[in-house]
Structure formats: C-alpha cells, structure tokens
Design a protein around this ligand. Structure first.
Ligand code: C2E
Ligand code: CA
Ligand code: CA
Ligand code: CA
Length: 278
C-alpha cells in the first residue's frame, strides 16, 4: 500500500494502519509539546574563516519529551510537514528565535546573527511576513540580524511566490540563505531570480573535500560563482582542521560544524560566547 500524494491512500493494509496510528500519536504529542514548552532551539555557532570569530548561530529544533527523551528534528519535522502542524511549530520556532535575539542584545552580543530554518509550507503561507514584522518590532530586534534558511526545493516549489517573498524580506533587511546547496534537483537559474545573501554548501560536499577531486571542484566552483554574484558562502559540516584549512585557502567566508562546536542549549551558548569574548 503506497500513498499516491499526500493523504490519498489507495487501499488499506495492517502495516499502514500501524504507520497511520504512529503518525497520529506523534501529531498529538507535538500538539501537547507545543503547549507544554517541551521544544527548545539549540544553537550552533557560525564562524568567520578570516578571523575565527563567531558571527552567528543556527537555531536547530530539539524536543525534550518526558518519555522519548531528547529528540532531533528528523522525527519531528516530517510528521509536522505532513499534518500541517509545521505552521504552528514553525511559528513557535520564529518566536523563540526572536526572543533569543532579544536576550543576545541584552547580553551585549552585538551584531550576532540568528539563522532560522524555514519549512516549505511556511514559505508559501501568507502569515510569514506580518508575523515577522510583529515579532521583530515587539522585541526591538534589528531585522538585519535575522537570517532565514530555505532549501532549494522549498524555493523552487513556487518560484514566482518565492521571488516576491524574498524581495519583501530584503526590503525589511532580513537575510536569506540557500540551505543544503547542491543537493536539490533544481537548476542554478534561481540564483539570478531570487534576492539571496548567502549560500550554505551542504556538508556532504565537505566530508571528503581533501581527497575527492569532484567534491573539491564543486566546492571551489561554488565559492567562485557565489563571490562573482556578490553572495557569501558558508560551508556546513566542518569536522576537521584539514577541512577548515582547505576552505580557508579557497576563500570560503564562513563555516559551521563540530570542529567549532556542536549545537547547544541557549544557556550554554551564552557561556560559550562569554568565554569567546574573553
Ligand atoms: P540543516 O538545516 O542542514 O542543519 C544542519 C544539521 O547538521 C543539523 O542537524 C546539525 O546538528 C548537523 N551538524 C552540524 N554540524 C555538523 C557536523 O560537523 N557534522 C555532521 N555530521 N552534522 C552536523 P539537526 O539539528 O539534526 O537538523 C536536521 C535538519 O532538520 C536540519 O538540517 C533542518 O533541515 C531541519 N531542522 C532543524 N531545525 C528546524 C526548524 O526549526 N525548522 C525546520 N523547518 N527545520 C528544521
Ligand atoms: Ca539549515
Ligand atoms: Ca543545511
Ligand atoms: Ca541538511
């Protein structure tokens, strides 16, 4: 029994009933979790390769469930996407991210950028812009310190809509990064169509960067192309000093990965930043 499109099942099987039950259970848990504040955004530093300074952090969803324990987004996001819960969850993510930005401001972390992942459904709803305006204004946070990460496939789902959205974000000073660059099936044409600020090179191209000439070629060509277009480049999944050195040599602007730090709870990130300030 395969589904033909979302929620359009052809026939039932016991296996699918289990899967459906499991999904409904998960949906219900997500609702409860939203009400009970079980979600948190972990923060992973983004580092300038010029000087090693932390220039921002990516907010990554975590769920501390009373029975399931600490759960990453791979169990949450797909269920939330399927059910439409992603809108409520995505809204919580935005609100929490902006609240953390207000805390950073109070802590004196001037100029620190907050990068937030947007789901495809969030990009295509009408709520996003007014919601962002309200959140940022209420918190007194500078929009140019917010960056929204969208994937190629989310952007290309409805290119005309995306073009308008990204224009509107740019008017507000909000940054946009293309996430998981190089992993989608879309063409490069959107790079000239969309008003973006940054390309995030997917970690899968970074892993073997020193040994696989194809990965090295893709990464160096992406950096060259991005710079020629006036975009900055961040490499994801940097785990070794050798990978960092390669990227620095090829003038990649920024990097993120376990080499620098793992995603951590906000309080720990605060300490991390205090130590970095000296
Ligand atoms: P992503 O946006 O590509 O996020 C980067 C993922 O790589 C994160 O996984 C991060 O923990 C992991 N990572 C960071 N450094 C390294 C490294 O050096 N090596 C390796 N192997 N991995 C590294 P995570 O937190 O499990 O998130 C997975 C995906 O879930 C994210 O991929 C993103 O697509 C999605 N996601 C996370 N938070 C949110 C959210 O708030 N909203 C939405 N819509 N999606 C989210
Ligand atoms: Ca991301
Ligand atoms: Ca990514
Ligand atoms: Ca990814």
């Amino acid at each position: 029994a395969k589904s033909h499109g979302r929620g359009n099942f052809q026939f039932y099987s016991p296996a699918m009933n289990v899967a459906t039950h499991e999904r409904l259970l998960m949906e219900n848990r997500i609702w409860v979790a939203l009400g009970q504040q079980q979600f948190e955004l972990y923060l992973q530093p983004q580092v300038s390769l010029d000087n090693g300074r932390v220039v921002g952090a990516e907010a990554l969803l975590r769920w501390d469930h009373p029975e399931l324990g600490l759960t990453g987004p791979e169990r949450i996001i797909p269920v939330a996407e399927e059910s439409g819960l992603i809108l409520a969850l995505g809204d919580w993510v935005l609100a929490r991210a902006v609240a953390l930005m207000a805390e950073w401001k109070r802590d004196g972390f001037a100029g620190l950028r907050m990068a937030v992942n947007l789901s495809a459904r969030q990009c295509h709803g009408r709520e996003l812009l007014p919601r962002l305006d309200r959140l940022l204004a209420d918190a007194g946070v500078d929009p140019s310190l917010l960056e929204l990460e969208i994937t190629e496939s989310a952007a290309m789902h409805d290119p005309e809509h995306t073009r308008h959205l990204l224009r509107a974000l740019r008017e507000r000073g909000i940054n946009v990064a293309i996430d998981d660059f190089g992993t989608g099936y879309s063409s490069l044409s959107y790079l000239k169509l969309f008003a973006i600020d940054r390309i995030k090179i997917d970690g899968s191209f970074v892993t073997d960067i020193e040994t696989d000439p194809n990965d090295a070629a893709i990464v160096t060509a992406t950096i060259g192309m991005a710079h020629a277009m006036g975009l900055t480049v961040l490499a994801e999944g940097v785990e070794t000093a050798a990978q960092r050195n390669f990227l620095r040599l090829h003038v990649c602007d920024e990097a993120q990965g376990y080499l620098f730090a793992r995603p951590m709870p906000p309080a720990q990130f605060r300490e991390f930043m205090m130590r970095a300030k000296g």
